[in-house]
Design a binder for this molecule. Sequence first.
Ligand SMILES: [Zn+2]
Ligand SMILES: [Zn+2]
Ligand SMILES: [Zn+2]
Length: 157
Amino acid sequence: MKRNIARAIDSAEASCNRAGVRLTEKRKNVLKTLLSAGGALSAYDIVDVYKAEFNESIPVMSVYRMLDVLAQENLVHKLATVNKYVACSHISCDHSHEIPQFLICDNCETVRELGVRKEIIEALNDSVSKAGFTLTSQQMELHGRCDDCLQVVDHHA
Ligand SMILES: [Zn+2]
Ligand SMILES: [Zn+2]
Ligand SMILES: [Zn+2]
């Protein structure tokens, strides 16, 4: 296990302890799977990787339930627009978790997690409520091309 993954698991355990949530062996393995993947995985992908990695078949419904628990603790995030999950990039950070903004490359599926500045969220909430609407999620998922993929495109143009 890579050092940064081991560190993230330690931090995840500590924050679950503080929140009174049990990071069971299986939940921990699901989190490890996502951390090692380094990108977004669907629940079905996780079932496959889990089986290969930990030699155990777990039903996809259990995976969804574990992902829900991990998502509540901001250890993983659900990307609704692609129906996949990604490990939080800030598990080992000391700062509190901000409202995340995800930059999703539609070409290579790389996902970057950024914290959105408070002023932007406030401005967004303001215009949304003026439109007579209330957000149930403030998470943003923005699709595009990462620099690496853009360079490839330029090269061939
Ligand atoms: Zn996060
Ligand atoms: Zn951070
Ligand atoms: Zn890309």
